[in-house]
Write a protein that binds this ligand. Structure first.
Ligand SMILES: NC(=O)C1=CN([C@@H]2O[C@H](COP(=O)(O)OP(=O)(O)OC[C@H]3O[C@@H](n4cnc5c(N)ncnc54)[C@H](OP(=O)(O)O)[C@@H]3O)[C@@H](O)[C@H]2O)C=CC1
Ligand SMILES: O=C(O)CCCC(=O)O
Length: 484
């Protein structure tokens, strides 16, 4: 039983067209706590036909919502923001229970999720058009921006709240309606956000939350000609499938996919700051974020000192069930996540890596893994090529700036990269040479609502957050008016 101050937030039904419904065939999905494996809730396993109902409701709600004055959408979204903040403790409790992240991190995510709603509530009023000098005196040229229409979001389990608001808030601010399909591991936070959206006065059909079979619902959402936009966060593999499925209807896409972030420490770095940055970037959410450092490159002159300091900090991390005070590393999401971590470590050790700390399952249970540091990692190891999504820091040694730039860019991914240096000339050279959508200089934490989040190469398409984020939900229309 999850203890909540506001028990109304615990929902076992889906939100379609203002009604809370079960699956018509009664099917359900079991939601477990990754720390214990215990079933904590059951939610509907909706079918494709129920997804069709949601699409029809989103279409019906579109004219009323899109024609509201921007100021009125702002007021409603601001109420949603306030309610998310007021209920942040409960949202955190739900997230820790279904996802595993430590309670303090979960509360941080609830407030991070709210920040997107606040930001886009404000941006709703700033969807500016243009007037363009016409080629002749007889014409006037006006460029306006209009909501793209019915949108869908498919979201992952690692950020059960923020990945929803980062998509839904700009969509609603722009005047679109949206259907959200959360990950099957973390539907409770999504449904709670639906409750708060209703309380905020978001009308029926404008924001709907449906849980169920991902392939079936994803198939219906992508095949629909009514759904004009899909925003997805998750694996590159599923992103490719959704992109292919969206091709027949030429849907607009935002894809926030896998990463393989390099974290580079130069000889001239502030070493203590670099260690703290690496710790935050690598072990946040037990290593389960797409912007987590996956490869830590350390220049020869500071390699041993950096390794020693990092190991000392990792030794102090507290592994445990997320509701326990002081815990900094929770469980991984499921058994297969632990198997992937084990596979990457075994492959690295077989190819010559050296274990500095960790390297074993944790005594607490099947989904817990010891925070790990490996030395002598090389580009030939799986850990250098694939996203580990777990608490493992492999340390690679490098000699020159050119060498490390080549190694950092040697991947099909291009989401986030980090580097530490005190040299201002190098700062510009490296920032410009890294083939990534986001770069942290002397910082291991780069995510916030005001900056554009997104990747290049096979890490995805589009940007979320920032003033760019709302453009993903707008179409440009050009009006040519002949007046003579
Ligand atoms: N970029 C990121 O932030 C994330 C990256 N990942 C990476 O992906 C790996 C695998 O994680 P995983 O959870 O399996 O990620 P997935 O990409 O499989 O899942 C993300 C979302 O996509 C849905 N989904 C899965 N398959 C389909 C489909 N065929 N059609 C429509 N929707 C689909 C899932 O639904 P359901 O849960 O119901 O199956 C979930 O809502 C991780 O180890 C990590 O490397 C994972 C999560 C987030
Ligand atoms: O891993 C993810 O996909 C979510 C990104 C977390 C963040 O916004 O920093």
């Amino acid at each position: 039983m999850i203890k909540l101050k506001n028990s109304a937030l615990m929902r076992d039904r889906c939100l379609i067209n203002g009604e809370w419904i079960s699956a018509s065939d009664g099917r359900e999905i079991e939601v477990d706590n990754p720390a214990s494996g215990k079933i904590i809730a059951r939610v509907p396993s909706l079918t494709g036909s129920e997804a069709e109902t949601a699409i029809a409701a989103a279409k019906a709600a579109l004219p009323g919502w899109s024609r509201l004055a921007a100021k009125d959408r702002t007021a409603i979204l601001r109420r949603w923001f306030t309610l998310i903040v007021e209920n942040a403790d409960d949202l955190a409790a739900l997230m820790t229970a279904e996802q595993g992240k430590p309670l303090a991190e979960a509360k941080g995510e609830a407030l991070y999720a709210a920040s997107f709603v606040e930001w886009f509530a404000e941006e709703a009023k700033r969807v500016y058009g243009e007037t363009v000098p016409a080629p002749g005196t007889d014409k006037r040229i006006i460029v306006m921006k209009q909501p793209i229409g019915v949108c869908a979001a498919i979201t992952p389990w690692n950020f059960p709240a923020a990945m929803i608001t980062r998509k839904a808030a700009p969509a609603l601010a722009a005047g679109c309606t949206m259907i959200v399909k959360p990950a099957e591991q973390t539907p409770l936070t999504a449904l709670a956000l639906g409750v708060l959206a209703e309380q905020a006065g978001i009308p029926a059909g404008v924001l709907q939350v449906i849980t169920g079979d991902a392939k079936e619902i994803g198939g219906v959402l992508t095949a629909s000609d009514t759904v004009r936009k899909l925003s997805f966060t998750g694996s590159t593999e599923v992103g490719r499938i959704l992109m292919a499925q969206s091709a027949p209807t030429i849907k607009k896409l935002s894809l926030e996919l896998g990463g393989n972030a390099p974290f580079i420490v130069f000889d001239d770095a502030d070493l203590d700051a670099a260690v703290e940055g690496a710790l935050a970037s690598k072990y946040r959410n037990a290593g389960q974020t797409c912007v987590c450092s996956n490869r830590i490159y350390v220049q020869s002159g500071v390699y041993d000192a950096f390794a020693e300091k990092l190991v000392a900090r990792v030794a102090a991390l507290e592994v445990g069930e997320g509701h326990q005070p002081g815990v900094t590393i929770g469980p991984l999401i499921d058994a297969s996540a632990v198997e992937k971590v084990e596979d990457h470590i075994a492959d690295a050790l077989a190819k010559g890596a050296k274990l500095l700390i960790g390297g074993q399952r944790h005594a607490l249970g099947a989904t817990f893994y010891q925070p790990t540091v490996l030395a002598q990692a090389t580009q030939q190891m799986k850990i250098a090529r694939e996203e580990t999504f777990g608490p493992v820091a492999p340390l690679f040694r490098f000699e020159t700036e050119e060498e490390v730039i080549a190694m950092a860019n040697d991947t099909e991914f291009g989401l986030a990269a980090y580097f530490y240096t005190e040299n201002v000339r190098r700062t510009w050279r490296v920032a410009e040479a890294l083939e990534y959508g986001m770069v942290g200089h002397n910082s291991g934490l780069i995510s916030n609502e005001v900056a554009p989040f997104g990747g290049v190469k096979q890490s995805g398409l589009g940007r979320e957050g920032s003033h760019h984020g709302i453009d993903e939900y707008l179409e440009i229309k050009y009006l040519c008016s002949v007046i003579a």
